[in-house]
Design a protein around this ligand. Sequence first.
Ligand code: HEC
Length: 109
Amino acid sequence: MSNPIKLSLILSAAFCLAVPAYAQVDPEEVFKENDCHKCHHATKAKKGPALAKIAARYKEKKLDEKEAIKHMTSGKKVKLEDGTEEEHKIIDTKDIAVQTAVAKWMLDR
Ligand code: HEC
């Protein structure tokens, strides 16, 4: 790249394209990046209950995403499928919009 103006134009165009992609979070990506999927499969029990099971229980008890957010941010002790206990994983974002998106994604099934 010989022309610095051309280069900066290309860089700013790339930046403009990158911003909306960042603003629009994909809850499934956040879920994976946080290793939530290592314990929560869509339909099968792993170390933790399947997403389908969590969603069904929330529906039955009329709980909503606020309860799920509390759970993913408080690190309370949980019992894994193998009987051992550990503190539940805390999601790595403090952004309530992202937490809400993940909670809704989990419960929307
Ligand atoms: C080491 C395994 C493990 C990981 C990793 C894990 N979870 Fe869990 N999770 C569990 C277990 C076990 C339960 C069941 C807890 C219970 O019923 O007391 C649970 C329950 C839940 C529930 C239901 C809470 C409720 O009110 O019953 C939600 C929501 C949840 N996890 C979200 C997440 C999110 C989001 C992540 C990633 C940030 C995550 N989990 C990562 C093991 C895990």
